[in-house]
Ligand binder design. Structure first.
Ligand SMILES: [Zn+2]
Length: 217
């Protein structure tokens, strides 16, 4: 059996463990060559068995196996077509992030790891109907230039060159939302200036951190 199936199980469990989705919420996928492995529809991400991930040929759309893939399949495939460099797409319903963005508050950089791992900005897209062409278009347009996209009244999408990288971005997005909500409740957050963001982007140590994220599984 493909190694990637076991890896998907590991990250499916971690998503529930880190409270990034509840019940059957969220969906994840990974790409290997021309094949994409997606979470099946209606499952909690921590309950999927290795053989249950739905295998699809990215170019022909041919599906292997009996289970129905996630209803967000179009969004996942759209991300892989748009970004040949990525190998994983993680869509979550993280509670603190979802609360903040639905109140119209975007996540903005105010600590170094934000810039190094999530990027210098995270776009927030307005609410669109899930599970179809509208969400595919809205997400793909942002994924072109960003590794994390926030969805108003819905959740978040993160991508990466490995499952570990996409997961770390999903996890850190929610941790950032907690920090930002805490800062906002207690006072006024001092966000990074453009110059401070550039300084982090230029740090050699951060290159090393990014490299580690890509290599480790
Ligand atoms: Zn969703």
């Amino acid at each position: 059996m493909e190694k990637i199936r076991k890896e998907l199980c590991k990250y499916g469990k971690l998503i529930l463990e880190k409270n990034l989705a509840a019940g059957p919420g969220g969906n994840i996928s990974a790409r290997e060559g021309d094949f994409v492995y997606l979470s099946p529809s209606g499952f909690s991400l921590d309950e999927i068995l290795p053989e249950q991930w739905v295998k699809i040929h990215l170019k022909t759309g041919k599906q292997y196996g009996e289970l129905k893939p996630t209803c967000e399949i179009s969004m996942h495939l759209g991300c892989y077509i748009e970004r040949p460099d990525i190998r994983a797409v993680i869509h979550t319903h993280p509670p603190i992030t979802l609360g903040l963005v639905s109140a119209g508050i975007t996540l903005k950089p105010f600590y170094p790891d934000f810039v190094a791992i999530l990027g210098s900005e995270i776009p927030l897209v307005d609410y669109v109907v899930p599970a179809g062409e509208e969400i595919r278009q809205a997400v793909v347009e942002q994924v072109r230039k960003h590794n994390v996209v926030l969805l108003k009244n819905h959740g978040a999408v993160s991508v990466g060159e490995t499952l570990r990288e996409a997961f770390t971005r999903a996890w850190m997005t929610e941790e950032t939302a907690k920090m930002q909500a805490t800062g906002m409740a207690l006072g006024k957050i001092r966000y990074f200036t453009k110059k401070e963001i550039k300084e982090i982007e230029n740090l050699k140590a951060e290159d090393y951190r990014k490299m580690l994220l890509k290599k480790m599984k």
